[in-house]
Design a protein around this ligand. Structure first.
Ligand code: CUA
Length: 156
């Protein structure tokens, strides 16, 4: 059997790309802990969000030095708490759920971008290394007041 020179080059290229993709996938999955989303975490009855701890008292709590927990509720058409302030370098662990419909949770200028689904508690952490006022907005269409659904986190 005879292979044309270009055919060999392209076969080699294809095989090496396969190896590169598998390496990227393997390093991401096993060395960096990347996993697809979708596993169920903590669940909560959406109709009782405002009575059940910790969501009955949304707010920012200090866990330890420069580490905070933000208990948040996203509902039509606002977030609770309405504003937060943390020092530069703080890591914030957000826990957020919704009592009504699906909302979004995006912190502009960071890679924090999550869905806020009724019945599910979404946990996401972020370290704020730069001072400023970060806009948190809803990026899932949730009704007539969707565009007004926003809050801020001030890092100073
Ligand atoms: Cu909430 Cu859009």
């Amino acid at each position: 059997m005879h292979f044309h020179k270009y055919e060999k080059i392209w076969l080699g290229f294809g095989l090496s790309m396969l190896v590169v993709f598998l390496l990227v996938l393997g390093v991401g999955a096993f060395a960096m802990g990347t996993a697809p989303p979708g596993h169920h975490g903590v669940q909560v009855d959406p109709e009782k969000v405002e009575q059940i701890a910790p969501f009955n008292k949304p707010g920012l709590h200090k866990v330890r030095d420069n580490e905070y927990e933000a208990i948040m509720v996203g509902k039509i058409f606002s977030y609770l708490p309405s504003a937060m302030t943390v020092p530069v370098g703080a890591t914030v662990h957000f826990s957020i759920t919704s009592p009504d419909v699906v909302h979004g949770f995006q912190i502009v200028g960071t890679n924090v971008n999550a869905m806020v689904v009724p019945g599910e508690v979404n946990n996401i952490s972020h370290k704020f290394t730069k001072a400023g006022t970060y806009l948190i907005l809803c990026n899932e269409y949730c009704g007539s007041g969707h565009e007004f659904m926003a809050t801020t986190i001030t890092v100073q």
